[in-house]
Ligand binder design. Structure first.
Ligand SMILES: Cc1cc2nc3c(=O)[nH]c(=O)nc-3n(C[C@H](O)[C@H](O)[C@H](O)COP(=O)(O)O)c2cc1C
Length: 178
């Protein structure tokens, strides 16, 4: 029997080279079954500030195509000043009129060094994802508090409950796709 490979796209809300949110996406890549693969998008900061009517750049086209090509998307983001990082919101805004996220299965995750887990950014992100028409269920969101305490000496997620919760996000997203 031929099993089709499921293509997932990871979008990190952080541009930092040693981002904890990007580390979470890399960790999730290893939690997927053999028939699924996760590509992490690079170039979120290569899109101009969205404004209706301005021409789409190559960077915007590449972002939209990556979403269209994916069977599902995982967004993992930090919280800045109680909100979603502007770079991530800008990328999402570019898709509002053209609908790349419409009916797209999405898992939304926030991670923070604080005890709040970036819950306000997550709530805001979920509102935007609703506006974009994404396919989600009650289990499609996860907030991870105290993330820095959950990273081991080899820069890996070393906390079992967090790994379990990330695996659940993977499984739930795959179930939404199938
Ligand atoms: C300007 C600034 C504002 C921040 N605001 C918040 C915030 O409102 N809530 C929060 O949980 N963390 C806040 N943080 C801390 C970020 O969550 C932290 O830098 C996080 O590690 C960034 O994610 P990353 O490791 O993926 O880059 C802020 C950090 C900066 C630099």
């Amino acid at each position: 029997m031929i099993v089709k490979t499921i293509k997932l796209l990871g979008i990190s809300g952080s541009l930092r080279a040693d981002s904890t949110n990007t580390l979470i996406l890399k960790t999730m890549r290893n939690l997927l079954p053999a028939h699924a693969e996760l590509e992490i998008f690079e170039g979120l900061d290569e899109m101009p500030h969205f404004s209706p009517g301005i021409p789409e750049t190559e960077g915007v086209t590449r972002f939209k195509q990556a979403i269209l090509d994916a069977d599902g998307v995982i967004i993992c983001t930090p919280e800045y000043a109680f909100g979603v990082p502007g770079t991530l919101k800008n990328g999402l805004d570019w898709t509002v009129a053209t609908g790349e996220f419409n009916d797209k299965p999405v898992s939304a995750i926030s991670a923070s060094p604080l005890n709040s887990g970036g819950d306000k950014a997550l709530a805001s992100l979920l509102l935007t994802l609703t506006a974009l028409g994404t396919r989600r269920n009650e289990a499609s969101a996860l907030s991870i508090p105290n993330i820095k305490m959950k990273i081991g000496s080899e820069q890996q997620i070393a906390d079992e409950p967090t790994l379990h919760a990330l695996k659940q996000q993977c499984d739930n997203l795959l179930a939404l796709i199938l």
